[in-house]
Ligand binder design. Structure first.
Ligand code: RM4
Ligand code: MN
Length: 388
């Protein structure tokens, strides 16, 4: 058992970023079930994110997605967020929802489309200047559906060219983080399908480029904690988009499908000395709440990440190292499982109490009346949705 004071301090200082799009309506290609009270604009999304922080104490920033969160004055939006006790976090670029991008964005064979996509990415850095955001998150839907459709290597060259142009534009304290995804929406090739491709581009760019691991973007059974360890060793783990998946990119609540995997990932992060906010690894949620209420869904997800982190923090690292060095296979495994099998909910309730929070954020939010208030107030207008 580790020093409990240190464990509690680590839990109290953890930072988990929530995504603005989690608060809007979302669904599948079969149906979007709208919910009453969902935000109609970026400010209302930020207000909802501020609730998640108010009740959990560890979600002090909200990621924005451009153009979904487009406004005339980003500095004013950042000031609005600050008034509610949160900051604007990662700026997510969107080069996948325009008719021009049918054959891709920065890797499109048409130079005009490539230029348009690049201009959007550069505009996102302008937005970061105004909001004070550190990270530009790049996820490309680019790829091909059929063998022979385009030249795989030429597409990599085009991608590299755009990334270099964005990299040049970054300020000294800004970073670009490059996300990968195995498949979808392109089915034959994705231009950034895996961590290796992302890492190669980041290494070519320089130290301000790092890899984002979206937990839903792998083949079933992939050992994500191995990827985490390798990226940390290379100094290029930019952060996480946490979510759960049963089959593909399900975007379900983090820790819902496989809480043990989330704990193993947090253990790998801790082994790499990268759990503290100063290490620069961004812990973000990238989720959609299609059938469950959204703010409680975000709160539950934050708690799930906290619980996985607490278990990882409780691993007796000295005992683990001793068992590993002694070649004690069962002993080493038992040390890890002892921590994982601990019920950390009482510990987290204590941490929240020490932070002046209600020990049960889900119940406290339900009692607060905020859900009823937004249902009553947010009448008329167009509810925000994934893609609008
Ligand atoms: C993508 C990717 C990005 C997220 C969008 C909404 O699949 O995961 O991180 O910004 O979805
Ligand atoms: Mn993602």
């Amino acid at each position: 058992m580790r020093n409990l004071t240190a464990v509690k301090a680590a839990l109290a200082t953890q930072r988990i970023e929530t995504p603005s799009w989690a608060y809007g309506n979302s669904g599948t290609r079969f149906k979007v079930f709208g919910q009453p009270g969902v935000p109609r604009n970026p400010r209302e999304k930020i207000a909802d994110a501020a609730q998640v922080h108010q009740f959990t104490g560890v979600a002090p920033s909200v990621a924005v997605h451009i153009p979904w969160d487009q406004v005339d004055d980003y500095a004013a939006l950042a000031a609005f967020a600050a008034d509610l006790g949160v900051a604007l976090g990662t700026v997510n670029a969107n080069v996948f929802q325009d008719d021009d991008y049918r054959l891709g964005s920065v890797a499109n064979p048409d130079p005009r489309v490539r230029r348009k996509a690049l201009d959007h990415l550069l505009e996102c850095v302008d937005i970061m200047d105004a909001t004070g955001s550190r990270d530009l998150k790049l996820w490309f839907a680019d790829g091909t559906n059929y063998p022979g459709q385009d030249d795989i290597r030429a597409r990599q060259d085009r991608l590299a060219g755009a990334l270099a142009a964005v990299y040049q534009r970054l300020g000294p304290d800004q970073r670009m983080v490059l996300e990968y995804k195995l498949f979808e929406p392109s089915f034959y090739t994705m231009d950034v399908p895996d961590w290796g491709t992302s890492l190669l581009h980041c290494l070519a760019l320089g130290p301000k480029a790092a890899v984002i691991v979206d937990t839903g973007h792998h083949a079933p059974g992939t050992n994500i904690e191995f990827i985490v360890a390798v990226l940390l060793r290379a100094g290029r783990l930019g952060g996480f988009d946490f979510n759960s998946r049963f089959y593909a990119d399900d975007d379900l609540m983090a820790g819902a499908a496989d809480p043990f995997q989330l704990c193993r990932i947090m253990h790998a992060v801790g082994s790499g000395g990268a759990r503290a906010p100063e290490a620069g690894v961004a812990f973000m949620l990238d989720q959609c709440h299609n059938i469950e209420p959204k703010i409680p869904g975000q709160i539950r997800s934050v708690l799930n990440v906290q619980e996985a982190t607490a278990k990882a923090l409780l691993v007796d690292r000295e005992a683990l190292a001793a068992a590993q060095l002694a070649g004690d296979v069962l002993g080493a495994n038992a040390v890890l499982m002892d921590a994982y099998d601990t019920d950390v909910r009482p510990l987290l309730a204590q941490v929240r109490g020490d932070m002046g929070l209600d020990p049960d954020p889900v119940a406290a939010y339900a009692r607060s009346g905020y859900a009823e208030k937004i249902i009553a107030e947010r009448v008329g207008g167009t509810p925000a949705g994934w893609g609008s």
